[in-house]
Every structure is written in C-alpha cells, then in structure tokens.
Design a protein around this ligand. Structure first.
Ligand code: NAD
Ligand code: ZN
Length: 244
C-alpha cells in the first residue's frame, strides 16, 4: 500500500529523474521478492533453516559440494517459472525513455533483462550460466543440474555467480565505478547494503542519492532521500507522477 504522505517524496524523486543527465540505478534482492524470489536477509522461510550466505560461499563449494549443489539446483529450478513484476518493466521503460543511463544489479536472476532492460551490469554474475570452478571452462546448466563434473578437468561445476569470499568480475566493477563517478543521480532499490564492495557505491556518488527499500538500512543517513515500501508499488507510483 502506498501512503498518501509519501506523495511529496515521489514528486521530488520524479523531478530529480527529469533533471539528471546521468542516472544510475542499483538493485538488490529486494527488487525480486515481489516476483517470488526470496532475498537473503529477510527471515521468512529459508530452506532447511540454513543461512543462504553460508552456502553461497567458496568454503561450501570446496568443503560440502552436495549441499552447495542442492542449494543452487533449487535456486535454478525455482527461477524457471519466475517472471518480472511491474517494477522491472517501469525500469526498462525508463531506460528506453532516456531517464536511466546505467542499470547495475546485485541480482543473479536475469529478471531485469527478461523485462527488456539492456546492458545490465551484473555485479554478482548470473545464475543462468555455469562454469568449471577449477579451469573456468563454460559448461551447460543441464550438466550442473545432473551433477556431471567438468568435461575437461573433472573439476566441480558451479553457476557463474560471485560467491561470498570471491572478487567481483573486474570489468563490470570498473564499469560500475566509472558510471557512479558520472552519476548525477544514483537510485538504489531493494538492498540491505551489507554486501561489500557494492555497498560502497552510494558514498562514491557525487550526485544525488536516493533509496527505495522495504525497511531502513544502516546506510540511510548517506542518502538525500529514503522512501520505504515495496519496490514494485513505489516505482509505479513514481512513474505515475512522472507522466503527470
Ligand atoms: P538482502 O537480502 O541483503 O537485502 C534485501 C533488502 O531488500 C532488505 O533490506 C529488504 O528489506 C529489502 N526488500 C525485500 N523485499 C522488498 C521489496 N519488495 N521492495 C523493497 N525492498 C525490499 O539482499 P542484497 O542486499 O541484494 O544482498 C544479497 C546478496 O545475495 C546479493 O549480493 C545477491 O547477489 C544475492 N541474492 C540474489 C538474489 C536474486 O538474484 N534475486 C536473491 C537473493 C540473494
Ligand atoms: Zn574444468
């Protein structure tokens, strides 16, 4: 539900979007929850009461591959029926209209691209591609799901995502740094901003910074504007103000 009292904030953000000549959007897991993809830090119903952050980690891949494999197999299969929500379509529309210049995401689910967004910076990789952990050779998703090892070196297959304990892909990260240094507006959506180094981006922005998130984050004081609510509803409300 959208609170009437938020209307002035929607108007402010809509004005900033129109004024900015270079806008970067940064999304996190909260962007996908309205499509039915669970985030990591909200508490409801994570699988087998395991903290996903301990499984989405290099240590789990190396020390408990069956658990790692089951976790990612479930995530891959769980995404098969998932569709973007209205908020994803608002962002792809804003990009087409020239209101957004760069869309960067921590999500690995591909929902922005599914909604038509182009040139998305996938800062944490994509769960839809698979590679060998040892020799990095690309592999088929079906091989991973069937538990088949790498055809070249017999190493363990894994989704091409950034695990806790790994560096971000250098080219994408450098492109994000370049974009943030140009941004006249950075709009952050649906992230707890607890994952380094992506959580450094708001402080590196010289322009305005705004956040849309279900709950306050520890970094809210860094922002010029923080609006709390569901990303899909908020984006649609701001989109309405833009077209008034
Ligand atoms: P997080 O789980 O740490 O935080 C999500 C934030 O989104 C929370 O603050 C929560 O209050 C907020 N939120 C939840 N639903 C929302 C909604 N409908 N509208 C607005 N806000 C909402 O997620 P994170 O900060 O992105 O970090 C988790 C890491 O795990 C990421 O790096 C990502 O790579 C990975 N991850 C990805 C996916 C995905 O691809 N969909 C899902 C889970 C985790
Ligand atoms: Zn290999």
């Amino acid at each position: 539900m959208i609170l009437h009292s938020e209307q002035p904030n929607f108007e402010r953000l809509a004005d900033w979007l129109k004024e900015s000549r270079y806008t970067m959007v940064l999304t996190g897991a909260g962007m996908s929850t309205e499509s039915g993809v669970p985030d990591f830090r909200s508490k409801n119903g994570w699988w087998q009461n395991i903290d996903p952050r301990t499984v989405a980690a290099v240590a789990a891949l190396q020390e408990n591959y069956p658990l790692f494999h089951e976790f990612y197999s479930r995530r891959i299969k769980g995404l098969e029926q998932v569709k973007p929500h209205q908020g994803h379509y608002v962002l792809s529309d804003w990009q087409r209209r020239g209101l957004i210049q760069t869309l960067a995401t921590q999500n690995v689910d591909g929902l922005h691209q599914h909604a038509g967004s182009l040139d998305v910076f996938e800062l944490h990789g994509s769960i839809h591609s698979v590679r060998c952990h040892d020799c990095e050779a690309p592999a088929e998703k079906t091989d991973f799901l069937q538990g088949i090892p790498c055809r070249y070196c017999s190493g363990p297959l894994r989704p091409d995502v950034v695990l806790f304990g790994e560096m971000l892909p250098e080219d994408v990260w450098n492109a994000a740094l370049a974009a943030v240094s140009r941004a006249e507006l950075l709009l952050v959506i649906g992230t707890s901003l607890q994952v380094y180094p992506v959580n450094q981006l708001p402080a590196l922005t010289l322009g305005r910074v705004a956040i849309l998130n279900a709950e306050p984050t520890e970094m809210d004081s860094l922002f010029d504007l923080a609006i709390h609510g569901q990303a899909g509803n908020l984006l649609q409300a701001i989109d309405q103000v833009l077209s008034m």
